[in-house]
Design a protein around this ligand. Structure first.
Ligand code: ATP
Ligand code: MG
Length: 412
């Protein structure tokens, strides 16, 4: 049967290859000096959390400057690949390599390298290759350049491949560590940045649009754990925007795990703003009320900052004057990671992180309830404060914050 054949092929290869594992390269974490231990521990626990739902036994180990995820002997190549893809979403990691872990013996390294190259398309096309070795353990009998030559010689002899050190199509990496040697080829890029949780907690104002999910991603990547707050026009709009916010949070959850989404029923408050008669200021007045409400929620969940998807000049509410008027509404810092990005760049990033498709679904955003014919691009803070006094905005924000509903994120 074909199943048996393929199992025996994998088993045959494995006896030459050692144990499958996933080798993880850290980004800025390595620059953190005395805090480095803390960073590494946080990263390890985030990796464990990311893998916990997969039902694969694994052992996360710190090595010198790298982290290795050991998998039980007999783990299939497909499972090891799935583990690699899963951890490639963990912020703090720059590269993820499916690797083989072999004994600290030059012959074992040669065998693993030969087996790794065997199935590569470059063997067929006779493309140039290179071997790059590193010794983290200097007691290993061969120096890096000796190991390069030994393994390179074996590969070019066995497969008649030309060595090309300046621009190789295929690179075999060899890393000699304290207890083992890792042998691997190219990897998948990770998100980079810092481990989630390292920088504290923030609350993202999450619309159903393209920008705010990208803003959330950017801040998670800088080590913030984020919770999400969505304002829905309910009862004057349908629930579509809530479903979108939910789907977006679910898509972003793979970068941090345990995400939480709260929804504010905002329609009635919007009606009161509209009734105040200040048509041109309505959008900024509403945005300030959103921020005040978010600040109240943030205090309760011990978040230290708010995050929005604002980008300078993108729409009328995002002029310098209007951004100033928004900052004035709260005492908490408002982080705007997209402030200097072009829409095309934001869209490209949304596509890459998998949120664009969801953001592009139609919905009835609560903001459309208020869209005036001409929005003020230079809102004056005194005018806004006057509207807010009439509305009793501070009290209203407290009430709104008390009316939030949590939507539990179910991860697949
Ligand atoms: P987005 O694509 O994120 O919706 P946008 O380009 O549509 O942004 P605005 O509608 O002006 O711009 O919103 C600016 C920011 O205000 C959003 O990025 C988001 O952080 C916040 N925001 C807007 N509407 C909502 C909402 N309904 N719920 C929560 N936050 C919102
Ligand atoms: Mg929007």
């Amino acid at each position: 049967m074909s199943v048996e054949t393929s199992t025996s092929v994998v088993a045959g290869a494995r006896s030459r290859l050692g144990e499958p594992c996933v080798l993880l390269k850290l980004g800025e974490v390595v620059l953190k000096g005395r805090n480095r231990d803390m960073f590494e521990r946080r990263l390890q626990s985030n990796i464990r959390a990311a893998l916990s739902g997969m039902g694969v036994r694994h052992d996360v180990r710190q090595r010198h400057g790298v982290i290795a995820v050991f998998l039980p002997e007999g783990t299939s190549v497909e499972t090891a690949d799935a583990v690699a893809r899963r951890v490639a979403d963990v912020p703090g990691l720059v590269w993820v390599h499916r690797a083989w872990r072999v004994a600290k013996d030059p012959q074992a390294v040669v065998d693993a390298a030969l087996a790794l190259v065997e199935d590569r398309p470059e063997v067929e096309s006779k493309a140039g290759f290179a071997v790059r070795s590193r010794r983290r353990d200097k007691r290993f009998p061969l120096r890096s350049n000796e190991l390069d030559r030994l393994v390179g010689g074996a590969i070019s002899e066995t497969y008649s491949l030309p060595v090309d050190l300046s621009n190789p199509d295929l690179t075999v990496y060899i890393e000699v560590d304290r207890d083992e040697v890792f042998v691997f080829t190219d990897g998948i890029p990770g998100p980079g940045g810092l481990p989630v949780g390292m920088s504290g907690r923030a609350l993202v104002l999450m619309s159903g649009g393209i920008d705010s999910p990208v803003a959330a991603y950017r801040m998670m990547r800088r080590g913030l754990r984020v919770d999400f707050l969505h304002f829905s026009g309910i009862p004057f709009t349908t629930s579509e925007s809530i479903y979108k916010a939910y789907a977006l949070v679910r898509a972003l959850d793979r970068f941090q795990g345990r995400s939480r989404l709260w929804v504010v029923p905002f329609g009635k408050a919007q009606q009161s703003i509209k009734a105040s008669g200040q048509d041109r200021l309505a959008v900024i007045a509403q945005r300030r009320l959103m921020l005040k409400t978010a600040e109240e929620v943030a205090r309760r969940i011990r978040a230290g900052a708010l995050v929005t998807g604002d980008s300078l000049g993108q729409v009328s509410s995002q002029t310098l004057e209007n951004i100033t008027a928004q900052d004035d509404a709260v005492r908490m810092p408002i982080l705007r990671p997209l402030i200097g990005m072009d829409k095309t760049e934001i869209v490209a990033e949304a596509r890459r992180i998998g949120t664009l498709e969801i953001s592009e679904l139609p919905d009835e955003d609560c903001c459309t309830l208020l869209a005036p014919r001409r929005a003020e691009t230079r809102a004056k803070i005194e005018d806004l404060v006057r509207i807010e006094r009439r509305l009793d905005a501070e009290d209203l924000a407290v009430q709104l914050a008390a009316s939030i509903q949590e939507y539990k994120i179910e991860t697949s």
